[in-house]
Design a protein around this ligand. Sequence first.
Ligand SMILES: N[C@@H](CCC(=O)N[C@@H](CS)C(=O)NCC(=O)O)C(=O)O
Length: 263
Amino acid sequence: MSEIILYDIIGMNDGVTAWSPNTWTVRFTLNYKNLKYKTRWLEFQDIEIAYKETNAKATSTRSDGSPYYTLPVLYDPATKTAIADALPIADYLDRTYPNPRKVFPEDTRALHAAFFTAMFSLLEMQMYRLIVLPGLVNAGPRAVDYYRWSKESLFGMTLEEITPTGGPLREGLWKEIESGWKQVAGWFDAASGGEIGERRKPFMGGEKPCYADFHIAARLICVKAIWGPQSEDWRRMSGLDGGRWANYLEQFHEYMHVDTQLR
Ligand SMILES: N[C@@H](CCC(=O)N[C@@H](CS)C(=O)NCC(=O)O)C(=O)O
């Protein structure tokens, strides 16, 4: 293939679902830059194939020292470059294809690094815990054993312990998520210098999205895909902060193209 290849995990909830937050961030980046690419869809248990096909290096290891294979992986035939992980991929794409636009506006890379740390501690692990168990269904029937092994060995807990299905533990996670989103909402307000209503800037990047926006939108898409758009959980999350996050997601339409052809 002469086009860039994005390796993504196929979701089984509803036809071909693009559900992985980290691969979504890369898809947004490719779409935003108008780059031509194809998607190679792998089932969850087959992620290692991306590394075999491209010679990409796994960036982390499991507790037994073996490579931890995750997606996204991106292969660019123009430069014969194979990279794993959303952030190094975005850095590579900005460096190699700075035009027509970068996802990291000039001199915002350090602020982005601070943003990732803040997002992770405020929200991401808490949201992740609420999708790990239902994610098993979306990974598809052939992935069940691998998925369970992968997540349980990472957390040192069963899937059912990672994702409490009720009770105070679940509510506690929700409370943290609610307060996390409230703080993120404050960041957006700050970006507009206190302006509200029509003059409020839509994105963390101002009038145009930047990587931080894609990072957030990707996580909203992921929880919506796994919980389901009609689920009680999605209703709860999308209703937070006056329905702000569902409205926010709608602004990404022009960057949401998904190459659904299986290959
Ligand atoms: N640090 C990586 C993390 C990638 C990651 O965790 N990807 C998930 C899908 S969103 C995955 O492939 N998980 C495989 C597994 O847990 O076995 C990145 O930012 O891209």
